[in-house]
Each structure stands twice: as C-alpha cells, then as structure tokens.
Design a protein around this ligand. Structure first.
Ligand SMILES: CC(=O)N[C@H]1[C@@H](OP(=O)(O)OP(=O)(O)OC[C@H]2O[C@@H](n3ccc(=O)[nH]c3=O)[C@H](O)[C@@H]2O)O[C@H](CO)[C@@H](O)[C@@H]1O[C@H](C)C(=O)N[C@@H](C)C(=O)N[C@H](CCC(=O)O)C(=O)O
Ligand SMILES: Nc1ncnc2c1ncn2[C@@H]1O[C@H](COP(=O)(O)OP(=O)(O)OP(=O)(O)O)[C@@H](O)[C@H]1O
Ligand SMILES: N[C@H](CCC[C@H](N)C(=O)O)C(=O)O
Ligand SMILES: [Mg+2]
Length: 485
C-alpha cells in the first residue's frame, strides 16, 4: 500500500510530496525493516521520537510523529500517535475486524475464562474462531505465544488479518484496561462487548478506581458508533456490578444483562456448589433450564452466564450452548486440580487480585473439612495497594496462610512481602520467600480433609525475578512436592 492511500484514513493530514510503498507498520525501532512506517510513541519510560533517526537508518520509508523529527524521509505530524497507529494499522491490514464477528471481553477478573467458554460455544457450533488473550493467540487450531493480554494495535490488526486469511468467522478477545487506555483497540469494530466485573487492580497505572472504570468504559462507549450502523451491536453487562449502570449510559449499543443477585435477561437461581461442580437454574428469554456445570464456584456461574448471553445473541441455540457449557472441564490454571494421588485437593488458581482471591477462598470453604493452606504472593512492579489486602484475605479465609513470592520482577521480593505483612498484624501466617519451598511446605503439611490453594500464577510456566525469566510451574512443583511426601 502506498503512503498517500494509507494516510487517507487520517483527517486533515498534509500529504508529503513523496509517496513510498509501505511494507509494514512498527512502533519499535528494533523491528524496523525496509519500507516500514515507523510510529513515534511517547511512552511511560521513554520517548519513541528519539528512535526516529535509527528507524531511518534501518530503512523506514516514513515517520508518524507528534512533533518534527530530524530525518530526510517524510514525517507526518499528528496530534496523537497512539490513536493514529491504531487507525493506520486497521487500514494497512484492510480493516480486518469489519470482516469478522468481533467479541471483546473486559473486566478485572474472568476475561480469560469467559473468552474460553465463548470460544468453545462457537467451535461446537462449527464456527471457525480466533482467540486473543492472556494465555495465547489462537487462529483456528494454530496456537501462537501471547506476550501480553491485549497486543499493541499493529500486532493486533496483523493478527486479525491472519484470522481473515484463515477464514475465521468469529474472533474473541480479552481487552485489558491498559489496552483501552493506550488505544491499542481503537479501530477495532466490535460487535459484542462483554463486561465481567470491576474490582481493585492496576491502581499503579490508573491511580483511582474511577480512572480504572473510565478505561474499561471505552469498550462500551466505542461500541455502536462504528462503521456498519445496520449491524446490531450488543453490550453484555453484569447487572450485579454497579459499574454496569454507567456503561449502559455510555454505550449506543443494545443492552443484554446477566446476573445472580438481580433479575436479568439471563440469570441464575438455586445455585448449589460441591467439590465436583455447580448446578443452577438458568432463566433465559426461553424460560427455565437446569444446568449442571463441572466448573466450581459462584464466580464460574457469572462467567457461564456471560458466555450463554453472548452465544444466544449470536443466534446459537440455547440447547447447543448448554450442552457445551456442561461439558467444559475448566481452563488451565483456573481452579485447576493437581492430582498426584494425595488424599487432599491441591488447587492452582490465577487469583492475583483481592476479589479473585476472596472468591476462590469462599468457594473452597464450601468443601474444605479442616485446614486451608494458602500459598500466595503479589507481583512486583504492579499495584502495591493490593498487597496488604490480599494478605488480609488469605488470613481471613485460610487457616494456614503462607506468604511467598509471585513474579517479583524488578522489586526486592522481601519488600513485597513486607507490604503484604503490613496488612495482617497479629494474625497467624508464615513467610517463605522462595515459592518452591512455600509450595513444598503447604503440600508436606496438609492432611486428609485439608485443602491447599496455590494462588496467583495459574497457567504461568515461568517466574520473573530481577531481569531473569526462570522456568517455574506451580502445577509441576506441586506434583514434585507430592512425590516427596
Ligand atoms: C504499562 C504498559 O502498558 N506499558 C506498555 C507501554 O510501555 P511504555 O509506555 O513504557 O513504552 P516505552 O517503553 O516508554 O516505549 C515508548 C515507545 O518507544 C518504543 N521504543 C522503546 C525502546 C526502544 O529501544 N525502541 C523503541 O522504539 C516502544 O516500542 C514504544 O513505542 O508500551 C510498550 C510498547 O507497546 C509495552 O511493551 C508496555 O507493556 C509492558 C511490557 C507491560 O508490562 N504491560 C502490562 C502492564 C500490560 O499491558 N498488561 C495488560 C494486562 C493486564 C491484565 O490482564 O490484567 C495487557 O494488556 O497485557
Ligand atoms: N467472574 C469472576 N469473578 C471474580 N473472580 C473470578 C471470576 N472469574 C474468574 N475469577 C478468578 O480470577 C482468576 C483469573 O481468572 P481469569 O484468568 O479468567 O481472569 P482475567 O480477567 O483474564 O485475568 P487477567 O487480567 O490476569 O488476564 C481466576 O483464577 C479466579 O480465581
Ligand atoms: N495480567 C496481570 C497478570 C498478573 C499475574 C501475576 N502472577 C503477577 O505477576 O502479578 C498483570 O500483568 O498484572
Ligand atoms: Mg486474562
């Protein structure tokens, strides 16, 4: 595509005299190849404008910037390069999301789980799907590594283009608050936007809960005013979460609700939980249905309701949807049982926020007969204010909390542990900074009737300490610990 054609999608830009062919769009000078359009982004740590000259040296054909830069290739100055990047990437890859049914899921907890449930509903209805999220990127049956939950706009649009080429019909993606705030998904033509819940996380980045909510609201406010006005757009909202009221006012889309505590388009009553599953009565526009889940916990019912509503408005039959939902065994690292033949359950769960930890522990209380060991840490370079709260929750619902390291990243693990301990003066807990030792301690001391929860890292197969990424998998370590008992 030539530069002038590409720039047509940006309003009021002055076209340069030169009109080179653009071969790629990149925002990282280390990824520039000959003919690329380099976008200068003012980041949180560094100003991308300072890499413009290097981008030229690497063969960039033109530059998009927020201020003039000293290069001899064309420079197009725009007000907001992040926004421009998303719009240009959408155009460069021929507006792929207009050719897909696009479903975005946002919320503090439950995005990965809900996106997997939705994906399975579509797959069982013979729809070729794509999935973008925390665990991986899937294009049909092809699996690619995901570096972040929501990639930046250039990678995102390139991925959608690959999906279109692979004849994917429905793309399901997790949309993080960072992505919404940074405009990574600006330019995506969503058909359905799903909200799971809003509780504390990422205050290091958003500073206040209102700012965090505002970031999430962008998924809904950007819905319904995009390209094809004839195509109905839907916001699927959790009526039990008060943030939904505001999202409802902020979107032009049709509203579909789900819930447990309040009546909604799709809601659940008679919820019964056991260690092997959950049953409930589904109330839907088609009446009542009994549902038997293999998934555990009230929070799982919320995820299931969101997935049912999404499938239903996509014209998949309720019988088919319920059949899929009842057959789902779970998502890796989410309430995953580790079985090495021991006589007590070991649960590995990706709860790394106060709300998810509380939900999982409340669920465990339903079937734990004796003690509850909670191996838990908090990530470094992330929201520090959740540390004392998570420690407090571990002490409130667990009998034997073991504070340990999660991914300390650039922080001193002992500093993180001190932040956790500040939330629990006078309460019973032990601290074992080495995660492997902490897991071994829990597994060695548990007996029949007890439960061991290993929280925070779920499916992760690494631990990030200092600049190093070390192999580490809670499930593997737990199995080793069982063997050594
Ligand atoms: C907080 C955050 O979101 N940071 C993202 C942001 O970083 P930043 O603003 O600091 O960028 P920067 O490093 O200052 O760089 C500015 C510009 O210079 C460019 N650059 C930089 C260095 C260089 O040598 N050359 C170069 O060209 C960069 O490509 C960028 O365009 O922009 C970078 C480029 O896209 C991202 O890599 C980076 O994600 C970091 C790795 C990150 O950890 N993000 C996490 C917090 C995140 O986004 N998480 C959410 C999930 C949360 C959840 O699921 O709960 C996610 O969507 O995954
Ligand atoms: N609907 C829910 N409400 C509250 N907690 C939930 C819900 N669903 C899952 N959880 C808890 O949150 C953890 C993370 O779930 P999941 O990975 O689905 O969320 P996510 O929103 O994708 O998280 P992340 O932002 O880290 O990618 C689970 O392991 C479980 O403990
Ligand atoms: N998407 C989340 C994942 C946190 C996982 C947890 N294990 C940690 O490292 O804090 C984040 O980046 O904040
Ligand atoms: Mg996720």
């Amino acid at each position: 595509m030539n530069l002038h054609t590409l720039l047509n999608v940006l309003p009021l830009v002055k076209l340069p005299n030169e009109n080179p062919t653009i071969t790629d769009i990149v925002q990282d000078n280390r990824k520039v190849t000959k003919g690329a359009l380099f976008i200068c982004i003012k980041g949180l740590t560094v100003d991308g404008h300072k890499f413009a000259q290097d981008a030229e040296l690497q063969g960039a054909a033109a530059i998009i910037a927020e201020q003039p830069v000293n290069v001899s290739i064309p420079v197009i100055v725009v007000k907001d390069t992040k926004r421009a990047m998303a719009i240009l990437a959408d155009a460069f890859y021929n507006q792929p999301t207009r050719k897909l049914q696009l479903i975005g899921i946002t919320g503090t907890n439950g995005k990965t789980t809900t996106s997997h449930l939705i994906d399975q509903i579509f797959r069982d209805s013979q729809v070729n799907t794509g999935l973008i999220g925390t665990m991986y990127i899937k294009i049909g049956d092809e699996v690619h590594e995901a570096k972040r939950t929501t990639p930046d706009s250039t990678i995102l649009q390139k991925t959608f283009k690959k999906m279109v080429d692979a004849d994917v019909k429905t793309a399901i993606m997790e949309v993080s608050s960072h992505a919404l705030d940074q405009g990574r998904v600006f330019g995506c033509d969503y058909d359905i936007a799903v909200f799971t819940n809003l509780t504390q996380d990422h205050l290091d980045y958003h500073h206040t809960m209102e700012e965090y909510r505002r970031a999430k609201s962008l998924l809904f406010s950007q819905l319904g005013n995009t390209y094809d006005h004839k195509k109905p757009k839907y916001a699927v909202l959790n009526i039990d979460d008060k943030a939904s009221e505001k999202f409802q006012k902020e979107t032009a889309a049709h509203i579909i609700t789900y819930g447990i505590d309040n009546e909604a388009d799709f809601f659940a009553t008679n919820i019964h939980m056991s260690a092997s599953g959950t049953t409930f009565t589904l109330h839907s526009p088609e009446g009542k249905h009994k549902v038997n889940l293999q998934l555990i916990g009230k929070f799982s019912v919320y995820n299931v309701l969101a997935a049912i509503a999404t499938g239903y408005i996509s014209n998949i039959s309720l019988d088919q949807i319920i059949h899929t939902i009842e057959n789902v065994k779970g998502v890796a690292g989410r309430f995953e049982l580790v079985n090495g033949g021991q006589e007590f359950p070991i649960i590995v769960d990706y709860s790394h926020t106060p709300d998810s930890l509380e939900n999982v522990l409340k669920t465990i209380q339903h079937f734990a007969e004796k003690r509850v060991f909670v191996v838990v840490g908090c990530g470094g370079d992330r929201d520090k204010t959740k540390r004392p709260i998570m420690a407090q929750i571990a002490c409130q619902y667990g009998t034997d909390p073991i504070f340990t390291s999660d991914n300390p990243r650039s922080e001193d693990p002992l500093d993180i542990l001190r932040d956790m301990e500040s939330g629990v003066q006078g309460q019973r807990y032990i601290t074992i900074p080495d995660r492997k030792e902490a897991i071994y301690y829990g597994v060695k001391n548990a007996k029949k009737g007890d439960v061991v929860l290993i929280a925070g890292k779920g499916h992760e197969t690494y631990q990030e300490i200092g600049g190093q990424i070390l192999d580490f998998d809670d499930r593997v370590v737990a199995l080793e610990a069982v063997k050594e008992r």
